[in-house]
Ligand binder design. Structure first.
Ligand code: ZN
Length: 107
């Protein structure tokens, strides 16, 4: 006596596997699109003024290179550059601005 395969359960298994595979593909696709969009945005905005869209130019100020827009006057700091400039002098407006954004210390 032969045991017949439970074809219903088998079919269900393959449908489930196929659905899981398609879901993985969709997620991978979404990730690829997201990454491509991020790269395109980066390319589009790289060294462009965030305020007016003009080309930014690198200037050196107190050993820190700042990206400056000569169209609207905006200055763009990389991470840590602002703090570096603020650290050069004790009591200036830079220091107080940096302190505003610095995480509060628990006293
Ligand atoms: Zn600008």
């Amino acid at each position: 006596m032969s045991i017949s395969k439970p074809s219903g359960a088998e079919e269900e298994y393959f449908v489930r596997e196929e659905a899981a595979r398609r879901q993985r593909e969709a997620l991978e696709n979404a990730k690829k699109i997201e990454q491509a969009e991020r790269e395109a945005a980066k390319k589009l905005h790289h060294m462009k003024c965030p305020k007016c869209g003009f080309d930014l130019q690198e200037i050196n100020f107190k050993g820190v290179s700042i990206d400056k827009c000569f169209n609207c006057g905006a200055m763009v700091f990389d991470a840590g550059e602002f703090e570096m400039l603020a650290g050069n002098e004790d009591t200036n407006i830079f220091s107080s601005i940096v302190n505003v954004f610095r995480a509060k210390k628990v006293t």
